[in-house]
Design a binder for this molecule. Structure first.
Ligand code: FAD
Length: 341
């Protein structure tokens, strides 16, 4: 079999990182990324990019922990290299605070992030409305720079990148041996997945360079995440809301909520509002499927549905998707050598 041709559809954090893992694990593959939108116009560009996992109820915890650990280890190494600032990766310390002590005082990811511990009484004095808190250090991706860094890595590895909207995976059958579906919320249309739904998120990106620590309310709704250049203030979680237009009332509400956690934000400047649709599902769809028409087959690997936690697990799920692509190629090579006998 000649060099296997692999098309990765989608250029958010999932598509780009999956394409990179495939190119790394299968150097003989010809990998192409096809997408109708690229940075800065993807959901991934809107995200805060904090490595704090979201829990997928339909996926075993040990699998989620493995995905998170692989992602953390990968980004920690980038953050510790000369490329850290170009890639937009940095360590950030802060607090997750709760009005009441949570049922689970030790989340499954507590031994992956650095220095996880309960907050002291003295620290909690900063948050008079909260009674319990956890302090830790994690990583943050500044999303547009990280996506551009991934694109640059892909080009350097010889991956082709084209703008193209795909209406049906089958349309790629005559050009590619394997198709990888990383289209996020676009999978509702592309493969008719009814288990996938949007969870709208509105955030503010502000200039407030004095804010150095992250603050996250334990319910996950209100958060302050400092990045290299701007601080992300959140947020909202609006299930089945497809609107990409910023809502001014929501902007004020987010700003007020964040100021009640960090009053100095009243002095924030240059407030920009962003909206994204989290591609949500009970579990990430990470599996092989073989499409078939008239006896002709097309292997497809799905990797979408990362909801509120795509950045936190992207490298782990990308590695698994690349492994599944390897299985598809082995199966194709097996059938082509059987055909020659
Ligand atoms: P996208 O980024 O949406 O990429 C999908 C790609 O597929 C796009 O390039 C699109 O153009 C392309 N596409 C779609 N349909 C087609 C088609 N038919 N043909 C060709 N191309 C197609 N996660 C975290 O881990 N930490 C956070 O702090 C965090 N904060 C967030 C804050 C907000 C407000 C939001 C909205 C999300 C946040 N997330 C966070 C979640 C994270 O953004 C998502 O899980 C992640 O971006 C999903 O990436 P994706 O590549 O699957 O989707």
């Amino acid at each position: 079999m000649a060099a296997p041709k692999v098309a990765v559809v989608g250029a958010g954090v999932i598509g780009l990182s999956t394409a990179l893992c495939i190119a790394e694990s299968c150097p003989s593959c010809a990998v192409t990324v096809l997408s109708d939108q690229f940075s800065p116009n993807t959901t991934s560009d809107v995200a805060a990019g904090m490595l704090i996992p979201h829990t997928y109820p339909g996926t075993p915890i040990h699998v989620q922990k493995q995905w998170f650990k692989e992602t953390f280890t990968y980004l920690f190494a980038i953050g510790n290299s000369a490329e850290a600032s170009e890639a937009g990766i940095h360590l950030v310390s802060g607090w997750q605070v709760f009005k009441n002590t949570p049922k689970e005082e030790l989340p499954f990811w507590s031994d992956v992030v650095l220095g996880f511990r309960p907050m002291s009484k003295a620290e909690l004095q900063k948050f008079p409305q909260h009674r319990f808190g956890q302090a830790f250090t994690t990583l943050k991706c500044d999303c547009p720079p990280y996506l551009l860094w991934l694109e640059k890595r892909l080009k350097a590895t010889g991956v082709q990148i084209y703008t193209r909207k795909v209406a049906d995976p089958w349309e790629l059958q005559s050009e590619y041996d394997v198709v990888v579906n990383c289209v996020g919320i676009g999978a509702q249309r592309l493969v008719g997945d009814e288990k996938l739904f949007p969870v709208r998120g509105q955030v503010l990106k502000v200039h407030a360079p004095w804010v150095k620590n992250f603050i996250r309310d334990g319910d996950g709704l209100t958060y302050i995440y400092p990045g290299i250049h701007r601080v992300t203030l959140g947020g909202t979680r609006e299930k089945d809301n497809w609107s990409l237009s910023p809502d001014p009332g929501t902007t004020k509400d987010i700003f007020d909520r964040c100021c009640s956690l960090e009053p100095s934000l009243r002095g924030a400047q240059d407030i920009k509002v962003k909206v994204g649709l989290r591609p949500s599902r009970q579990s990430v769809r990470l599996e092989r499927e073989v499409l078939s028409q008239g006896g002709v087959k097309l292997p497809v690997v799905h990797n979408y549905g990362h909801g509120a936690g795509g950045f936190s697990v992207h490298r782990g799920t990308a590695k698994e998707a690349a492994r599944l692509v390897g299985e598809c190629i082995a199966a194709l090579q097996g059938s082509s050598s059987r055909a020659k006998l």
